[in-house]
Design a protein. Structure first.
Length: 436
């Protein structure tokens, strides 16, 4: 985790003290149910909860010192709690194994991280929708392969982004449900020394579902799907970031990141206004996606368990969620303050002499009786003249002067095919599909 790209709420979720507090809750809830079942004394559960009610400080350094000797993090934690609580603490962890604590804790952390990320997505969706509605009918050129294609609106560009992030949100809701499982099943997952009712109780208290078959560890296909979902969200962030970066190029300059008073773009060139935020988002997306392959490789563990996944998850759990949280918040700010230049959009759209209307002429010629290949040839031979002139010539003028074209389409019909508004007649339909 790099503090530069981290926000407090998500970072706090992964702090050692937060982790140990979840560990204690798991142990105390399990002890409570064991007491209710008559396996351990009620006084044991009471002692744990009475100590917890004092809101004790978790002494991370003391736990670390014990672990330096035991070489086992869960045992170190249990030893520290026993010192604090006293004799009754010996009933903690009855029939449980370390993975019961570690895996259930990771489920809690990833579920809570999901809640933060879902709130981030909600804020981003609001920002995108606001700007999409603002520019619903702002004409701009659509590009394929980076080349002028046909007119769109800037609002449609943003509507596409909204629909994509709305899908991202739905995927994250599903991934949260899949990852939020509890395993309190003991060694190799057979419940030999801990009643399944304990697992059900702990799961209920922590807002988790039970893991049907835990094999001592929660199956890592769940985690693989979770981190893959984060990777898809990161790629959607990059998609919009790259679009903004392209639109900010000097030759295009149809939109750009907000440039605040006093901001400097370059240490050498005072004129520079660089798309640093969206470039940063492209880089952060790579970091989040870097967690996906290790998560997929964690699925194949030996037999009922091994710990080859453990070191990986200690990295990717905090890093991927913290980074994605920051990236979503940053993108929301970029969209909210994005500078949009409709006049430049219009200028760019018109700079190639009307080539963007070539398809309408092609279709009109076929409807007038020409074979498609013949119609394509007639339009293309005029379009290439405009292309080679770098827009100095007008496609409409050339078509009007082409006897083969006007034999099928009179000038007034040709002029109608260059109507910009024609391309926007279904904008309302698309917006209704996206926004309801």
């Amino acid at each position: 985790m790099v503090p530069r790209y981290a926000r407090p709420a998500m970072t706090a979720l992964w702090e050692p003290e937060a982790k140990y507090r979840i560990w204690f809750e798991i142990e105390a809830h399990a002890t409570q149910k064991l007491a209710d079942l008559g396996v351990v004394p009620q006084s044991a559960a009471k002692a744990l909860w009475d100590w917890w009610a004092t809101d004790p400080k978790i002494d991370v350094e003391a736990i670390d010192a014990i672990e330096a000797v035991t070489k086992h993090d869960v045992i170190a934690f249990l030893d520290w709690v026993a010192r604090e609580v006293g004799e009754e603490a010996r009933f903690m962890h009855q029939g449980m194994t370390s993975s019961d604590v570690l895996d259930t804790t990771l489920s809690v952390q990833l579920a809570r991280a999901s809640d933060i990320l879902l709130a981030d997505l909600d804020a981003l969706l609001v920002a995108i929708r606001t700007r999409a509605e603002e520019h619903k009918y702002t004409p701009t050129i659509g590009r394929s392969h980076g080349i002028h294609a046909e007119p769109v609106t800037f609002g449609l560009k943003l509507a596409q982004a909204y629909a994509e992030f709305d899908r991202c949100r739905a995927r994250l809701v599903a991934a949260r449900a899949e990852i939020a499982t509890c395993a309190i099943s003991g060694a190799v997952g057979t419940f030999a020394n801990v009643d399944p009712q304990v697992e059900a109780y702990v799961a209920e208290q922590l807002g988790l579902a039970i893991e049907p078959v835990s094999t001592q560890v929660i199956p890592r296909d769940r985690h693989a799907m979770f981190f893959a979902t984060l990777g898809v969200i990161a790629s959607s962030i990059e998609r919009l970031a790259v679009e903004i970066r392209h639109l900010q190029r000097t030759e295009v300059l149809e939109a750009e990141e907000y440039f605040s008073p006093g901001q400097k773009g370059s240490s050498a060139m005072p004129h520079k206004r660089n798309p640093i935020l969206t470039e940063n988002l492209t880089g952060l997306a790579r970091v989040v996606r870097a967690a996906v392959t290790p998560a997929l490789e964690n699925v194949a563990l030996w037999h009922e368990r091994d710990i080859s996944h453990s070191s990986v998850e200690r990295y990717i759990g905090p890093d991927a969620t913290i980074t994605l949280d920051f990236a979503l918040a940053r993108l929301t700010g970029v969209v909210d303050k994005l500078l949009v230049y409709p006049a430049r959009m219009e200028k760019n759209m018109n700079r190639m002499g009307g080539l963007i209307h070539s398809q309408r002429v092609l279709l009109a010629l076929t409807q007038a009786g020409l074979a498609r290949d013949d119609a394509y040839r007639l339009v293309q031979r005029n379009a290439m003249k405009v292309w080679k002139s770098d827009g100095a010539l007008s496609l409409l003028d050339l078509l009007k002067a082409d006897a083969d074209v006007t034999a099928a389409l009179p000038p007034e019909v040709l002029e109608e095919k260059f109507d910009l508004a024609y391309h926007f007649k279904h904008v309302d339909t698309i917006f209704a599909r996206v926004f309801g």
